[in-house]
Write a protein of this length. Structure first.
Length: 228
């Protein structure tokens, strides 16, 4: 049995091997999410990345390889590194009690377009509409408008990632993200799984995560590649 610690060192890999297996595409031992769901890939053998990335890039313009400390080996004639995001992984140590003042709603398929639009407004780039299928999403509404959300992304048998935490620019600094993260974390704990999250180093939200009871565990980097 693979230990939780080993899974956390390669969360994309074990998400695709376990809970998200139905979304997996494999090329020569390198695992990717189906591009309609998410554009993350993972590996153990960096020497196989070149061939695998060439195949995956036939289905998507850009994609990420997620690693703790390995450097992918790519084919420079077909694939270009656009940027490397220096990220980190945080896991829940203990959940700090949070006063819940807002009604938090479990979002459904009828909210998919609203989720997509809000995420792209705040964090344009890579979220897919079918990313909704990766886990549950929760939201706060004001005047029948979805103005803040938090969701679940990578999942394995013993951890679930909190992700897609966004608030509409007109409604920031009101504690919505704090309450949504706390709520989403509680829902993960109900499943007897470990809540984790990923962010880029230096993110101004890190102090909030720490106040909620998350702690830094390791680097977790995103290598963004695109077709040449």
């Amino acid at each position: 049995m693979t230990s939780l610690e080993k899974k956390l060192k390669n969360p994309v890999w074990y998400s695709l091997k376990e809970t998200h297996h139905k979304f997996m595409i494999e090329f020569d031992g390198v695992l990717f999410y189906h591009p309609d769901i998410c554009v993350f890939g993972s590996f153990y053998d960096a020497s196989k990345i070149s061939t695998a990335s060439n195949e995956y890039s036939k289905t998507v313009e850009k994609f990420f390889l997620v690693t703790e400390n390995q450097t992918p080996v790519i084919d420079p004639s077909t694939t270009v590194l656009e940027k490397k995001i220096d990220g980190c992984q945080m896991v829940l140590e203990h959940l700090t009690p949070v006063e819940m003042t807002e009604k938090i709603v479990l979002l459904t398929e009828k909210h998919i377009d609203e989720i997509y639009d809000l995420i792209w407004l705040v964090m344009p780039g890579f979220y897919r509409k079918r990313g909704f299928e990766m886990g549950r999403f929760f939201g706060i509404f004001k005047n029948e408008q979805l103005i803040a959300i938090a969701g679940q992304r990578m999942q394995a048998n013993d951890f679930i990632e909190v992700s897609s935490v966004v608030t509409h620019p007109d409604h920031t600094r009101k504690g919505y993200a704090k309450q949504l993260i706390a709520h989403t974390t509680k829902e993960i704990l109900k499943e007897n799984k470990l809540p984790i999250l990923h962010t880029n180093k230096g993110n101004t939200a890190i102090p909030l995560y720490e106040k909620l009871g998350y702690k830094y565990t390791r680097d977790m980097n995103w290598w963004l590649y695109c077709k040449k």
